[in-house]
Design a protein. Structure first.
Length: 270
């Protein structure tokens, strides 16, 4: 039995907010406990609200937990609607990329307990990864609520310092896009080697999905071991890895890419 808050308001129900709402309901949250505020609801959110009896864009009660799931550039527009709902004893749970606890508090002055979290889009299928940091004012019960809400859509981790959130954003927050880009690149490489484009994409997608499932099923086996298990000395995989692991190869490319993502996350603060 999860430790759910009795009254929950979700501000913003785009891809990420919608995935969270669906995950909460799938994991047993009482639909009557949830209210969604979204000025431009998608057909999926409208269907979710109608089919499950979730209040959508109706006057919302003062919640135990207010979840901010808007885009960073729309925080200033959303804050005047959200701020009056927050009492001094409420928890604000923010999944807004780049916005610090101090940034949230400046828009919602009554907020004292604030949890800043970074989930990712596989939350939509229950396989998200989320890391979070709680302000000093956050109570043990509010931390339990946060963990219940965020673990409902996948793995959850607490952080020891708020500054780590920007690195989390660069790794797991943006990480699904890197995997999708890798899949695109692998498929494009297959087409350049002469395979029909559709077959190349099917092979690339299936390979990425299968490798991910193998890691999921063998959590105690490091990826380096899994890699070595499919790499015969002097074989075809070894030839490819010699290119990927060159000094300016995949490790360097990923380091530069994630550094750029972290830098952008820091720029979004304020």
């Amino acid at each position: 039995m999860k430790d759910w808050p009795e009254r929950l308001v979700l501000v913003g129900a785009g891809k990420m907010g919608g995935a969270l709402a669906a995950g909460w309901l799938r994991s047993g949250l009482d639909a009557a406990s949830l209210a969604i505020l979204e000025p431009n609801p998608s057909a999926e959110i409208e269907e979710l609200a109608a089919s499950r009896g979730v209040a959508l864009n109706l006057p919302a009660p003062s919640p135990d937990v207010l979840v901010l799931a808007v885009k960073p550039q729309t925080l200033d527009a959303a804050a005047p609607q959200a701020a009056p709902l927050v009492s001094a004893g409420a928890l604000v749970l923010s999944i807004i990329a780049g916005k610090r606890i101090a940034d949230i508090r400046s828009r919602i002055p009554a907020a004292r307990a604030i949890v800043r979290a970074m989930p990712n889009t596989p939350a939509a299928v229950g396989h998200g990864v989320t890391a979070a940091f709680a302000s000093a004012e956050t109570t043990a019960e509010q931390k339990r609520w946060s963990e219940a809400l965020l673990s409902a859509v996948g793995a959850f981790y607490w952080l020891g310092d708020e500054s780590e959130i920007d690195a989390v954003t660069a790794i797991s927050g943006s990480g699904p896009a890197y995997v999708f880009a890798l899949t695109e690149a692998l498929a494009a490489a297959g087409a350049r080697l002469g395979l029909p484009a559709e077959l190349a994409m099917d092979l690339a997608r299936g390979t990425v999905e299968g490798a991910a499932e193998l890691m999921r099923r063998e959590p105690s086996t490091p990826p380096a071991i899994l890699r070595r298990n499919v790499t015969s000395p002097g074989g075809t995989t070894a030839a490819a890895l010699a290119v990927l692991q060159a000094d300016d190869g995949l490790d360097d490319l990923m380091a530069r890419a994630t550094a750029a993502a972290r830098a952008r996350a820091r720029e979004l603060a304020g």
